[in-house]
Write a protein that binds this ligand. Structure first.
Ligand code: FRU
Length: 442
């Protein structure tokens, strides 16, 4: 039972609990993935940073636990950087519960080049709590234009920016987002800030923001903003009401990109779960799986620039192309639908479809995710729609990655992704793709 849902191509810890990806960094050609981890239980206990590394983003080697709780608190989410001199540093939130309230500060950790030994900065915390219950998830980047380090960090329901020249003394610059994008009862979480190039070569800044509850697919989700960042403040290029999502599914949260001094295409990884039910998913030895890595780039659309995401070629190749005994495969699907027609994708050898694509007009379609209720997990079942552009010529193409119940569905040249966890009876069961007519006759 416990290993039935262990993915083959997505990272999952050997044992214990895992949530957000932390400290993503590529050093000397090796990708390092740290993660929120409780090594001692598959429920969310005191947070440590687990650690894994990979040279190809497919095979992950889990290493010793990197960060343990200290007198300042347990180790909540954060990031990693490499300085121009080649020194490696981690930033994390130290979290304590004081009289039933969260108390959070930001800490610096010095690491060796192999990322195997870690020393807390004596001046920790490097940023004290400014009087907010939610003050967490520092993402540090180098801002070349002002030659300073910038930290993006959760300030309740906005993202704060701090600057520093020595990584120890930090100065508050500004906050963004109180009235932008999606908000709900909970805080914004796990920001990421990165410079990206538009097709015309101009530079734009992308701010990734997790929203713990009330996201598009319900519960936790990853939204993003596109704009300009001058080292002091982030200015949204879209209207405050514009909502942009890295993924419309229910299981893609706390996405972060790899820090990479080489300036390679940014690659993100997210936690493939949702706070609505993360603690009760149906695994035992371990709980928590990461998404596949995705390369991000900017594309020009009628409404402005948008982030498209592609699975790196090497990861694509690693997936076999048919649903064999393993339950881990990739399938490309091309749906030729007339207006009003539907295509259905049924997974895991089940008769009822998990996704239904409906061509609603000449140039529009919807993807509906359908999932039957799972016993004991009332928040898990859902049924929701994502609107898509149907291509003017030719079929609608979908790419589907299935890995022992975790499903990532991409379409519209990587502009739309839907990631969902399923816990089917037969994770290795076959896939069936049918048009409505054939489906009705089946
Ligand atoms: C997001 C989050 C972070 C926090 C971490 C704790 O999933 O709530 O804001 O640092 O998880 O594990």
């Amino acid at each position: 039972m416990s290993e039935k849902f262990r993915p083959q191509f997505h990272f999952a810890p050997r044992a214990g609990w895992m949530n957000d990806p932390n400290g993503l960094i590529r050093v000397d050609g090796v990708y390092h993935l740290f993660f929120q981890h409780d090594p001692d239980s598959a429920l969310q206990g005191p947070m440590h940073w687990g650690h894994a590394r990979s040279t190809d983003l497919v095979h992950w080697e889990e290493l010793a636990v990197a960060l343990y709780p200290t007198a300042l608190g347990t180790c909540f989410s954060g990031s990693a950087i490499e300085t121009a001199e080649g020194a490696l540093k981690l930033f994390h939130t130290a979290h304590q519960s004081v009289d039933g309230r969260d108390f959070q500060t930001q800490c610096l950790v010095h690491a060796d080049r192999a990322l195997t030994s870690f020393t807390s900065e004596p001046a920790n915390p490097v940023i004290d709590n400014p009087g907010l219950e939610c003050f967490r998830d520092p993402k540090v980047i180098w801002h070349a234009a002002t030659a300073r380090w910038i930290m993006a960090v959760t300030l309740g329901q906005s993202i704060g920016f701090y600057s520093s020249t020595d990584l120890v003394d930090w100065r508050f610059e500004s906050a963004f987002g109180e009235a932008d994008g999606r908000h709900s009862d909970g805080p914004w979480e796990c920001p990421d800030l990165l410079a990206m190039q538009a097709p015309d070569g101009s530079e734009h800044w992308v701010l990734l923001v997790g929203i713990g509850s009330g996201a598009y697919g319900a519960g936790s989700g990853s939204q993003y903003f596109i704009g300009q960042f001058d080292g002091h403040r982030f200015v949204n290029a879209n209207t405050p009401e514009t909502e942009l999502w890295l993924d419309y599914g229910r299981d893609f949260y706390a996405a972060q990109s790899f820090f990479d001094r080489s300036g390679a295409v940014p690659v993100n990884i997210a936690w493939a779960s949702n706070w609505l039910y993360a603690r009760s998913t149906q695994t035992q030895a371990f709980r928590g799986v990461m998404s596949l890595p995705r390369e991000m780039d900017l594309v020009e659309k009628p409404d402005g620039l948008r982030v498209a995401q592609q699975i790196p070629e090497g990861v694509k190749q690693a997936f076999g192309s048919t649903a064999g005994a393993s339950g881990s495969y990739r399938q490309d699907i091309a749906l030729n639908l007339g207006i009003g027609e539907q295509g259905a994708i049924a997974l895991f050898g089940e008769r009822e479809p998990h996704f239904v694509v409906h061509r609603t007009s000449d140039l529009t379609a919807t993807v509906q995710t359908i999932r039957a209720e799972v016993a004991g997990m009332p928040d898990f079942a859902h049924d929701y729609l994502v609107e898509l552009a149907y291509p003017a010529n030719g079929p609608l193409t979908l790419e589907l990655y299935v890995d022992r119940g975790l499903v990532e569905l991409g379409t519209c040249d990587g502009l739309v992704w839907v990631t969902n966890l399923f816990f089917p009876e037969h994770p290795a069961g076959a896939i069936a793709v049918t048009t409505l007519q054939a489906f009705e006759n089946a």
